[in-house]
Design a protein around this ligand. Structure first.
Ligand code: FAD
Length: 403
C-alpha cells in the first residue's frame, strides 16, 4: 500500500492536502505529522484579529473537526516533530523512530517569526511574537487597562495587533517602524497613508516611522525601550512583528534544492521526485515569468490541492492567483495580485462611504489592487488581473507616478 507522509499540520498540509488526497480517491496510507500540540490543526489569520480580540471561540479556529482525521483514515500525529529526512532511504526520523514513506509532502510553513536577539532584550518576559496559538494565548492576558504596549514592526501583523490593542480600550499603544513608512515592503505610500490615518483616528495608536528599536530594558521582565532616535519609552509588554522566514531546515539538511524557500517545479515537486512541497515554505515558477513564494492562506489551500493531485499522478501545473486580506478596526482590506514592479498607482474612491481602492500598474498592465472596504473594486480588480486585462485609468482618480 502506498504511504504518503505529510510533514506540517497547518493550513496546507493539515487541512487542504490530506483532504484532497482522500477526495480524489487516494486509498493508500496517509500520515500527517505536526509539531504543534493543539488538536486539531487550526487557522492562523484570526490569531492577530478576532481571536486575539476575544471575539472568536477556539473551536472556530479549527480547520477540520477532530473527527475528520479518523473518518478519513488519516493517521494524525500531533505534538510530534520530524527531526530529519533521509531521501535515499525514503524515511523520516522522529526521535528514535524511522518512518518509511513512498511519497513525502513538506508543508512546514514559516519558521516562528524572527525574535529579537537576547542581546537587545528579546529574551525578557513580556516580549511576544504572533505566530501560533500558544503565542497568542500567552500574550492575551497582557491586554489589560492602563498598560503600555510597544509593537515593533509596521507590517500587516503588527498593525493588526495594534488595532486589537486599541480596540480593547484603555491601553497606550505605540508602534515603531524602522523603514520610512509602515507597510513599505508590501504596499504603496497611498495604502500606508490610509492605514496611518486609520490608526490615528480610530485607535489613537502612536505610529513612529523611520525609527527602530535600539534595545529593551528590564531585569527579568521588560519595563522600557530605547529607540534609535534616543527616545526612551516605559512599556509593560512588547509585540514583535518583524517578519518570518520559510521553514526550510529539514529540506536543507536533506539536501533538497532551495531558492527563497524549498524549490519546486510548477507541479510542486522538489529536486527529489518523491518529495513535494506546498504553502509558505515552497517557492515555485512561474508567476509573470519569475519564481515566487507566497505567505497566504489562499495560496496554501490551492497549492496543496494541486500537489495532492500531482502526488496521484495527474500532472497539473499550479497557477497562482494571489490574494490576501487584513482586518483592522472596521476596515477589511482585500488585496488582489502582486504589486512588485509597479510604476503607477491610481486611487479610486468607492461607491460607499469610506470605500477606496489603490490600483497598481506597470505601464498599462494592471498588477494589483488594494481595496479598503470596497469588495466591488476588489472583485473587478481580481477578475481583470486573472484575465490578464487592464482597466482604463479614467474616472474619479488621483494618479501618482512612483520613482
Ligand atoms: P502553517 O499553517 O504555518 O503550518 C505549518 C506547520 O508545520 C506548523 O504547524 C508547524 O509547526 C509545522 N512544522 C514545521 N516544521 C515541522 C517539523 N519538523 N515537524 C513537524 N511539524 C512541523 N494569511 C492570509 O492569507 N490572510 C491573513 O489575514 C493572514 N493573517 C495571518 C496572521 C497571523 C498571526 C499569521 C501568523 C499568519 C497569517 N497569515 C495570513 C498567513 C497564513 O496563516 C499562512 O500563509 C498559512 O498558515 C500558511 O500555511 P502553511 O500550511 O504553509 O503553514
Amino acid at each position: 500500500m502506498t504511504h504518503i507522509v505529510v510533514i506540517g499540520a497547518g493550513q496546507a498540509g493539515g487541512a487542504s492536502l490530506v483532504a484532497k488526497l482522500r477526495n480524489s480517491g487516494f486509498d493508500g496510507k496517509v500520515t500527517l505529522i505536526g509539531e504543534e500540540k493543539t488538536p486539531p490543526p487550526y487557522q492562523r489569520p484570526p490569531l492577530s484579529k478576532a481571536y486575539l480580540l476575544g471575539e472568536m471561540e477556539l473551536e472556530r479556529l479549527f480547520l477540520r473537526p477532530e473527527s475528520f482525521y479518523d473518518e478519513n483514515d488519516i493517521t494524525l500525529r500531533l505534538n510530534t516533530r520530524v527531526d530529519a529526512i533521509d531521501p535515499p532511504a525514503k524515511t523520516v526520523t522522529i526521535g528514535d523512530e524511522a518512518l518509511s514513506y513512498d511519497m513525502l509532502a513538506l508543508t512546514t510553513g514559516s519558521t516562528p517569526p524572527r525574535r529579537l536577539p537576547a542581546a537587545i532584550g528579546g529574551a525578557l518576559e513580556g516580549v511576544h511574537v504572533v505566530r501560533g496559538l500558544d503565542d497568542v494565548d500567552a500574550m492575551e492576558p497582557e491586554f489589560a487597562e492602563d498598560r503600555r504596549v510597544l509593537i515593533v514592526g509596521g507590517g500587516y501583523i503588527g498593525l493588526e495587533a495594534a488595532a486589537v490593542a486599541a480596540k480593547k480600550g484603555g491601553l497606550d499603544v505605540t508602534l515603531v517602524e524602522m523603514a520610512d513608512r509602515i507597510l513599505q515592503r508590501v504596499a504603496a505610500p497611498e495604502t500606508s497613508n490610509y492605514f496611518r490615518d486609520l490608526h490615528g483616528s480610530h485607535g489613537g495608536v502612536k505610529i513612529l516611522e523611520g525609527v527602530g528599536l535600539d534595545h529593551l530594558t528590564g531585569d527579568t521582565r521588560v519595563t522600557g525601550a530605547k529607540l534609535t532616535d534616543g527616545t526612551e519609552l516605559e512599556v509593560d509588554f512588547v509585540i514583535v512583528g518583524v517578519g518570518i522566514a520559510p521553514g526550510t531546515t529539514l529540506a536543507e539538511a536533506a539536501g533538497l534544492e532551495l531558492d527563497n524557500g524549498i524549490k519546486t517545479d510548477a507541479q510542486g515537486r522538489t529536486s527529489d521526485p518523491a518529495i513535494f512541497a506546498a504553502g509558505d515554505c515552497a517557492s515555485f515558477p512561474p508567476y509573470r515569468g519569475t519564481r515566487i513564494r507566497l505567505e497566504s492562506v489562499p495560496n496554501a489551500i490551492d497549492q496543496a490541492e494541486v500537489v495532492a493531485r500531482n502526488m496521484m499522478g495527474e500532472g497539473v501545473d499550479y497557477v497562482a492567483k494571489p490574494w490576501f486580506w487584513s482586518d483592522q478596526y472596521d476596515v477589511k482590506l482585500q488585496i488582489a495580485g502582486l504589486n512588485a514592479g509597479y510604476d503607477t498607482v491610481v486611487t479610486r474612491p468607492g461607491d460607499k462611504d469610506g470605500a477606496v481602492s489603490f490600483w497598481y500598474y506597470k505601464g498599462d498592465a494592471l498588477l494589483a489592487v488594494d481595496a479598503a472596504n470596497d469588495p466591488r473594486a476588489y472583485m473587478i480588480g481580481k477578475r481583470l488581473i486573472e484575465g490578464g486585462k487592464s482597466r482604463t485609468r479614467g474616472g474619479p482618480s488621483r494618479i501618482r507616478r512612483s520613482n
